[in-house]
Design a protein around this ligand. Sequence first.
Ligand code: ZN
Length: 432
Amino acid sequence: MGMEDEVVELCRELIRIDTSNAGDNAGPGERAAAEYVAEKLEGAGIKATILESDRGRASVIARIEGEDPSRDALLLHGHLDVVPAQASDWTHDPFGGEIADGCVWGRGAVDMKDMDAMILASVLDRARTGRRPKRDLVLAFLADEEAGGAYGAHWLVDNHPELFEGCTEAVGEVGGFSLTVPGDRRLYLIETAEKGLAWMRLKAVGTAGHGSMIHDDNAVTELARAVARIGEHRFPVRLTDTVRRFLEQACEAYGVEFDPKDPEACLPHLGTLARMIGATLRSTLNPTRLDAGYKANVIPQHAEAQIDGRFLPGYEKEFFETVDKLLGEKVQREFVHYDIAVETPYEGDLVGAMEEALTWADPGAIPVPYCLSAGTDAKSFATLGMRCYGFAPLRLPADLDFSGMFHGVDERVPVDGLQFGARVLDRFLDNA
Ligand SMILES: [Zn+2]
């Protein structure tokens, strides 16, 4: 089977293996998918190791020797888990891997069994045809990305850093996809930065009492005030190097002037991507959960809320100082989950190899760096000193709401986009 047929089959088969991860470590786990991947690799003569952090929470690691073992190694990583899907909401079975309307449908079609399949299709083809990569490649197919990686990337980095020995650069998800711009050209967004995340639990403690009386130490009131202050707060626009470069190039592609004093002016041109890109111009705070009390006439002693906070690379200190001011004196915070922001310069040979592969496959390609508003396993690998990029190449039709596919209903990937991705990734590996 050729690489372009195989990438489609691999993607469909991976989708059919349910690896739903609701974040409670009670799902099916990644074991079956890990065994599937390991078997494919072993079948092409690539030694693969399955590691379990907990029962069924499996990741696969493989190392492929390059032509020049004295060079630093490159890590290619993808996660095997997916967020859950409610089948009744979908047009096609989310775990069916069906092909309809020119797309492969199913949970994971863009996040990110598509890239797992591209990586596999390329390395299997290379192994069979004796095409060695220029330098050592480490492959990682990981558990638990959708819940922050505690059973996947974080666990491997903490417990088995030797597996990543010599890796100085890493390539993973949420980058390399196209955004159609005027003149039949396409921006390809290569991820070079990610916002940090701070999911916080807020706690207010007051005095419990009877709901009928005068009461000025009410935990619910205190908490509600803090939640409202946080929800209404708007951080100032802060242009990081990555975002400035993205906006300048996006403006140029749309034929509008980039105004550093009003960098948000060009957002409306970006269509469905505007909300995500807009969130990379400033840090954000969004209240997401509330919990207090147990009866209408009882003032509870405690009240709790949860906040989803995201901070820009380089602005973590400003972010937390602001949060603490907004909380006020009577509300405390603790982390539900915290992870770092990352940013790496858009320069060097690896970026050059991505750009070359994209323009080789699409002469209308304009590669640009961008910052992801969310997070990926790149955060774990950055702690080992790797420069991390998101590059899962996809040429997409102009009218597809790509960012809406992530964790969305009717997640799907165009078959020709997937095949384009395999070609580009394979070409990239020729030169990376
Ligand atoms: Zn993902």
